[in-house]
Every structure is written in structure tokens, then in C-alpha cells.
Design a protein around this ligand. Structure first.
Ligand SMILES: Cc1cc2nc3c(=O)[nH]c(=O)nc-3n(C[C@H](O)[C@H](O)[C@H](O)COP(=O)(O)OP(=O)(O)OC[C@H]3O[C@@H](n4cnc5c(N)ncnc54)[C@H](O)[C@@H]3O)c2cc1C
Length: 417
């Protein structure tokens, strides 16, 4: 039996998957999972969909139990600091935990409003957030204002109108999600919202909220006022890295890793036996290539899962045992459920310089777009055309392999899409 102790910080999707992958790959040493939430690990995507709609409860979103992993699960206690030189994790309750291998899986938090807000203004990242939002949405006379028409804001607006709640969706750009998926797909989403009865206001922003104790609405930059009893701020996510301050790790918005998920020190060298996975991390991707330190922060469910298996492999790779094999080429993927349709994307549509519309059928609720950069495939998106999307995967793997073999500088360091 191994005498090593591996500690996983963050007991959600990426953390629990990495713990399972470690056991599946034969790790028989001590395993500890540290998580700051009081709940058993659960899945987040349903929080803006089925759980908010009251169709599902906790049991439906619980991640596979970690009971069979022979791990010490410490929930309800955040990690407060990392001492790399001593190989020690300091917990908020003062406890110190020594480690031989460390997995950083602390995910992200919802980006807050930059000033104090009245009651009734929510963000959505956790189960408790979703329950609080659901309570306000199901109160008599509820009117919802969503700030930000990215995937999360759009999903919540869609869920709310389906519940019969009058909903206004405010977006600073001219179209929802246009930076992530382009103008044609953004326009398609705008029309889905409008057909479903969402009051979509684009090209404007919320200046301030009205209401002393409890929110009554918001004043917009275009001079209009939107009445609301409940507000959701959907302004993006901020990786949970505060606990790593002073640790000596390179943090650039998210924890910076190499393509294997091994974290980098401030001087750019690989830190032995420490990996980062999921939403807290950023790493290079061959489809993006770009400058030497060009890394992607994806914030996608599938990325968290893919990172986990590789992280376990890297941690269990004997130190000093030659080079690791080339990292597998993975194709980023994302889905979102809106107004009864499923949007799926592959690759990195936000890096495209050209979008080719293959099918556009708004009444039939079907869409297919292929995205290209320098004439090479870089992504694809479909609405309710899952099988067609699958056909793009091998093309994107090939394109990524070609870029890895002969990188051409894209020169962009994108953030969460
Ligand atoms: C409402 C919602 C809907 C989504 N829908 C989709 C979707 O449709 N499709 C899709 O692809 N993706 C979706 N996502 C994104 C997806 O859920 C994330 O990519 C995924 O949860 C990332 O997993 P993670 O384990 O890296 O991070 P997280 O799920 O954020 O988990 C990190 C865990 O670490 C804990 N933690 C933080 N700091 C500390 C600390 N100091 N000490 C200990 N623990 C700590 C956190 O509380 C949390 O429990 C959605 C996300 C949200 C919030």
C-alpha cells in the first residue's frame, strides 16, 4: 500500500471525479477531500434548469457518492492557505493537513455586483443560491429582471417565463451570447427569447437598483426603468483562488497550468505533485495555440470531467520517470437548454474568424453552424441536431493535431465563454 497522502481541495464535480479517477487508476494510499459546502457533492447545470423549475430536488442532482472511495471527506470547511514548501494545507478551522500530492478543484464563484444591493438581488452558483432564487420566483406577483444574457442568464430567463413569471433580460451587447457563439447564433437565441415572451433589452446596461430594503426594479442606461421583485445577476464567474494568495503559484484570473494540468509557479516552472482541474484552472489547448503562455479558461462541465482523468494520471506518474506521454487531444464541448431546445457546441467558436451557416430554421428550431479560423475548423454549434454535431468532432481533433504539430499564433488569451 502506498504511503502517499493525496488531498483534493474542492469536493464538487472536478474534485470528486479526480478522487474517483485516482482510485480507478490504482491509488491505494490515503485520500482526503476538503469542501467548503455543507452538502454532499452535487451537479450544478440543473440549478438553472430542472431544480429552478421545481421539477427536480437534491436527490436528482447529487453526484455519485464518494462513500466507496475510502476517502476522508471533510465538508463545510474551506481551505484557507497553501504552504507549498512545507507541503501543507491550512484549513479555516486552523487545522493543518500535510500532503504528498494536491489537487486544486475549488471552481468559481458568481461575479458579484460592485456595490451593495438590496434584498431580492441574487447570484446563482450553489444549491443554496438556487433555492433562494426559486423561493423569490415562486412568490405571488413575482417579476424577474436578469442582468446578463450569457448562457446562465438566458437559461434562468427561459426557466422563469416557462413558470409564468414576467421576465426582462438586459444585455450590454447587441445580441445575447454573440461573443461566445457569434451573431447568427446570438440572433437565433434572441428570437427564441422574444417568441417565448422574454422582454429582451440589448445594447443597454443596469445603472442602479431601486428599492431601499427590498428591490423594486432597476434604472437602465437607456433611461428606462424596469420594475422587478427579484433580480438575477448573471455576470460571469470568478475562479476561487483567494485562498492561494501568497502560495507562490501563478494565478492569472485562474490557476495557470501546463497542458497536463500541472500547476505553474510564479516563475513559470512546473510545481511537482500539484495539479488543478475544472473551473479554477486555465491551460493551453492545441486548438487555441497562441503565445507560449496563452491559456484557456473554459468553465464547462465536460472540461472539468476531462481534466480529472488526466490529473490522476499525472499525479500517479512516478516522479522523475522520464517525460509524460503527449496529452490527449480533447475537444471542448458545452450544452445549454433554452425554451425547449438544446444548444450544443464543440471546439472554440469564440476564436473563429468565420462562421458558416449550414442550416437555419427558426420555425423548426434547428440551427447548424461551423466555425473556422484561418480556413481551419475551430468549432461547431447545433440546435437540436446532436448527430450532426458529432460529425465535427473528428475534424476538430485533426485540426487540433495539425495546430499542435505546427502552431500558428492566434494571439488571443480568451477568458470564460
Ligand atoms: C447554474 C449553473 C448552470 C450550469 N450549466 C451548465 C451547462 O448547461 N453546461 C455546461 O457545460 N456547464 C454548465 N455549468 C458549468 C459547470 O457546472 C461547471 O463547469 C462545473 O461545475 C465545474 O466544476 P468544478 O468542480 O470545477 O467547480 P465547482 O462546481 O464550482 O466546484 C468547486 C467546489 O469547490 C468549493 N470550494 C471553493 N473554494 C473552496 C475552498 N477554499 N476550500 C474548499 N472548497 C472550496 C466550492 O464551494 C465548490 O463546492 C453550469 C454552472 C452553473 C453554476
Amino acid at each position: 500500500m502506498s504511503a502517499r497522502h493525496i488531498v483534493v481541495v474542492g469536493a464538487s464535480l472536478a474534485g470528486s471525479r479526480t478522487a474517483r479517477a485516482l482510485r480507478d487508476q490504482g491509488f491505494d494510499g490515503r485520500l482526503t477531500l476538503v469542501g467548503d459546502e455543507p452538502h454532499a457533492p452535487y451537479d450544478r447545470p440543473p440549478l438553472s434548469k430542472q431544480l429552478l423549475a421545481d421539477a427536480w430536488e437534491f436527490d436528482d442532482i447529487a453526484l455519485p457518492s464518494t462513500d466507496d472511495l475510502d476517502a476522508d471527506l471533510r465538508t463545510g470547511v474551506p481551505a484557507a492557505a497553501l504552504r507549498l514548501a512545507d507541503r501543507e494545507l491550512v484549513l479555516a478551522d486552523g487545522d493543518r493537513v500535510g500532503w504528498d500530492g494536491l489537487v486544486i478543484a475549488t471552481g468559481a464563484a458568481a461575479r458579484p455586483w460592485p456595490a451593495t444591493v438590496p434584498d431580492g438581488v441574487h447570484t446563482l452558483r450553489t444549491l443554496d443560491d438556487a433555492r433562494a432564487l426559486r423561493r423569490d420566483l415562486t412568490a405571488a406577483g413575482a417579476r424577474l429582471l436578469v442582468v446578463g444574457a450569457g448562457f446562465l442568464g438566458s437559461e434562468v430567463a427561459a426557466t422563469a417565463v416557462a413558470l409564468g413569471v414576467p421576465t426582462t433580460l438586459v444585455e450590454a451587447e447587441e445580441l445575447p451570447m454573440a461573443r461566445a457563439i457569434g451573431a447568427v447564433a446570438g440572433d437565433f437565441v434572441a428570437r427564441l427569447h422574444q417568441e417565448a415572451g422574454v422582454d429582451l433589452r440589448t445594447g443597454t446596461t443596469v445603472r442602479s437598483f431601486t428599492g431601499a430594503d427590498r428591490v423594486t426594479g432597476a434604472d437602465l442606461g437607456d433611461g428606462t426603468h424596469v420594475p422587478a421583485t427579484v433580480v438575477l445577476l448573471a455576470l460571469g464567474a470568478v475562479p476561487h483562488t483567494a485562498w492561494l494568495r501568497g502560495s507562490g503559484l501563478r494565478v492569472d484570473g485562474a490557476v495557470v497550468c501546463d497542458e497536463y494540468g500541472r500547476v505553474l509557479a510564479e516563475d513559470g516552472t512546473v510545481v511537482p505533485d500539484v495539479v488543478a482541474v475544472g473551473d479554477v484552472s486555465r491551460r493551453p489547448h492545441p486548438l487555441a495555440d497562441g503565445p507560449a503562455d496563452g491559456t484557456l479558461h473554459l468553465g464547462h462541465w465536460s472540461a472539468a470531467v476531462e481534466h480529472s482523468a488526466l490529473a490522476a494520471r499525472v499525479l500517479l506518474h512516478p516522479a522523475g520517470d522520464g517525460d509524460l506521454p503527449e496529452p490527449p487531444v480533447t475537444v471542448p464541448s458545452f450544452w445549454s437548454d433554452l425554451h425547449g431546445v438544446r444548444i450544443r457546441s464543440l471546439g472554440l467558436p469564440h476564436l473563429a474568424d468565420e462562421a458558416r451557416t449550414v442550416e437555419h430554421d427558426l420555425p423548426g428550431r434547428r440551427l447548424e453552424i461551423s466555425y473556422h479560423r484561418d480556413g481551419e475548423p475551430i468549432g461547431a454549434l447545433t440546435v437540436d441536431r446532436a448527430r450532426r454535431l458529432a460529425a465535427y468532432r473528428p475534424l476538430l481533433v485533426e485540426a487540433a493535431r495539425r495546430r499542435r504539430a505546427a502552431p500558428t499564433t492566434v494571439g488571443s488569451v480568451p477568458t470564460t465563454v
